[in-house]
Ligand binder design. Structure first.
Ligand SMILES: [Zn+2]
Length: 184
C-alpha cells in the first residue's frame, strides 16, 4: 500500500537534452492530476496512476524523437448500460520533437509532432494527450457482462449470431451471464 517506492514521472524536462543523452524515463503520473482525462472517463480507483516509459533519442536523420508506452487502469462508461466498465488502456507512440508548426510540417508521416518550448516540455500533458487519443469513442461491455444486455435483446434484429452462452469459459464473468441465461 505504499506509494513511496514508485517514482513519479518528471513533469517538466528538457527533452532535447534528454535526446542528446539517449535518456530513458520511467515513472507514474497520478490520474488525479490529469483533469482533461478525468472528465473523459467514468472514473478510476483512488490513487490510480498511469505508468509511463519514455525513450529519448536521435534518429538517423538527427531528428529528436521520444517513443513511449503507457498503461492505465480506468473505468469507462459503457454506452449500452451507461455503467462503469473496467478497462486497461495501453498505448505506444513515437513523436518527433518540434518547436514550431513549420518544423512539424517537415516531419515524415509516421511521426506525430510533439510541440515543445526550446528547452522544456510538459511530459504529463503530452501523456494526457496520448491517453485521450487511445480512448475508445464508444466503449461497450462484452454482451455477456452488460447489465443492459437482457433488456436490449428483444430489439436486436439478429440475436442468433452471437449467443452469450457460447462464450462461457472465456472469462469468469461469463459464468455469471450463463447462470442468468438458464432461467428461460
Ligand atoms: Zn454495459
Amino acid at each position: 500500500m505504499s506509494n513511496a517506492s514508485s517514482a513519479e514521472l518528471p513533469k517538466i524536462v528538457d527533452p532535447y537534452k534528454l535526446a542528446e543523452h539517449n535518456s530513458v524515463l520511467e515513472g507514474e503520473i497520478p490520474l488525479s492530476a490529469l483533469s482533461r482525462f478525468r472528465e473523459a472517463v467514468f472514473g478510476f480507483e483512488d490513487g490510480a496512476v498511469c505508468r509511463v516509459k519514455l525513450s529519448f533519442y536521435k534518429d538517423s536523420e538527427r531528428r529528436r524523437i521520444v517513443s513511449g508506452e503507457l498503461e492505465v487502469p480506468v473505468n469507462l462508461e459503457c454506452q449500452r448500460c451507461m455503467g462503469p466498465m473496467k478497462s486497461v488502456l495501453v498505448s505506444r507512440f513515437v513523436l518527433g520533437l518540434v518547436t514550431s508548426d513549420e518544423q512539424a510540417q517537415g516531419l515524415p508521416k509516421d511521426l506525430e509532432p510533439f510541440l515543445t518550448d526550446d528547452f522544456s516540455a510538459d511530459l504529463w500533458s503530452m501523456t494526457e494527450d496520448e491517453l485521450l487519443l487511445v480512448l475508445a469513442p464508444y466503449p461497450l461491455h462484452d454482451r455477456g457482462e452488460c447489465p443492459a444486455n437482457e433488456d436490449l435483446k428483444a430489439y436486436e434484429p439478429d440475436g442468433s449470431s452471437e449467443k452469450p452462452e457460447k462464450k462461457a469459459g472465456d472469462n469468469p464473468f461469463s459464468v455469471l451471464a450463463g447462470l442468468k441465461n438458464t432461467k428461460h
